[in-house]
Design a protein around this ligand. Structure first.
Ligand code: ATP
Ligand code: MG
Ligand code: FE
Length: 332
């Protein structure tokens, strides 16, 4: 089954061709990061215009790199939410047009399911039950999967997403956009125990909170500046990163124990963070469990992960009507 998948929910215009879900024949990602950098974040209107310019060349490149033609395709998939409505409409409209012209099924895919399924590309048979930590620019969720389709949400962030916290603190520290990689780089030469930032404790729940941490970091910087002290950016970045990682991993490991999980799965852009991977990997090994995370290029937004979900939807004949609308606030 050959599926062309499109992703355009944020600031990456992406197209992939997947054979039977897991065989990625091409995975083209055109990032607009440079365009948004000078604004310190994604500007939705600029993003939609850029998606419009890029979607057709990106699709063409995905077909060429895969060595296939439109007429070879069995289905076309697109992210229809969550995300920025302008961007979603570009990818979804392109997919609808292709579906209509080629008379092939249209598959609407949830972007967050895509982030999770990025793990099933290299490892389709991860042992269940599994606990999945999804940490991206807009989401922070802890999920329990008894089977691939049967999951429940154990906890979510009550305020900022983990990636959002990285982006906001990076911007405040003048480290630039996107914040995750910038903070990770600055933290490499810093001491994670230099400043003892708070780790939110939301009691028995598996929920997360990062706004208190964000305020604590900002207050710390402001206080130091008022006292005329130079702020050590490396120490600050390392201490902030350590606080985020502690909050994420303590909830994750508590859930793993409570639900007797066999495997742990990380997904989303923040799962690209090496310190997060290391910290969780260490705790996982101690428990004798298996840890999975996608390769770096499948952590942040891409279309191969959308194609991976689409394949399973294809098998279940979970097709969309051409009237499918973009849903910016789509839930899992
Ligand atoms: P969502 O998937 O929730 O709709 P999104 O698509 O913007 O949001 P992703 O593309 O999955 O999010 O991930 C981008 C986020 O990941 C950004 O917030 C970015 O700062 C963060 N990120 C990327 N690399 C790293 C890293 N190495 N360490 C920490 N965070 C990172
Ligand atoms: Mg992005
Ligand atoms: Fe994403």
């Amino acid at each position: 089954i050959l599926i062309l998948a499109l992703e355009s929910s944020c600031d990456e215009t992406a197209a992939s061709v997947n054979l039977n879900g897991t065989e990625v024949l091409s995975n083209v990602v055109s990032s607009q990061v440079k365009l948004h950098q000078k604004f310190g974040g994604v500007v939705p209107e600029i993003a939609s215009r850029k998606h419009l310019e890029l979607i057709l060349p990106v699709i063409d490149q995905a077909l060429v790199e895969a060595g296939v033609e439109f007429s070879d395709l069995d289905a076309v998939a697109a992210t229809y939410g969550p995300g920025l409505v302008g961007g979603l409409l570009v990818g979804l409209t392109a997919a609808k047009t292709i579906a209509l012209a080629l008379k092939i099924p249209l598959i609407g895919v949830n972007h967050i399911a895509g982030h999770i399924y990025a793990n099933f590309i290299a490892n389709p048979d991860i042992e269940k039950p599994l606990i999945c930590l999804t940490v991206s620019g807009g989401h922070t969720d802890l999920l329990y999967f008894a089977s691939r389709r049967g999951y429940k949400i154990l906890g979510s962030t009550q305020d900022d997403a983990a990636g959002e916290a990285f982006d906001k603190i990076s911007r405040f520290m003048g480290l630039g956009y996107p914040g995750g990689p910038a903070i990770e780089k600055a933290a490499q030469s810093g001491d994670p125990s230099a400043v003892d930032f708070p780790r939110a404790d939301l009691g028995d729940s598996f929920n997360f909170s990062f706004s208190g941490l964000k305020t604590a970091v900002m207050n710390y910087i402001n206080n130091q500046q008022q006292k005329g002290n130079l702020v050590n950016k490396a120490d600050l970045a390392a201490s902030f990163q350590a606080a985020v990682i502690d909050s994420l991993s303590s909830n994750l490991m508590a859930a793993v124990k409570k639900y007797n999980a066999k495997s742990i799965v990380l997904s989303g852009g923040v799962a690209a963070n090496q310190q997060l991977r290391k910290s969780i990997s260490k705790q996982t090994t101690e428990l004798g469990l298996k840890l999975y995370y996608p390769p770096l290029d499948l952590c942040t937004d891409n279309a191969a992960m959308i194609g991976a979900v689409a394949y399973y939807q294809y098998l279940e004949k979970d097709f969309a009507e051409l009237s499918l609308s973009a849903d910016p606030a789509l839930k899992l």
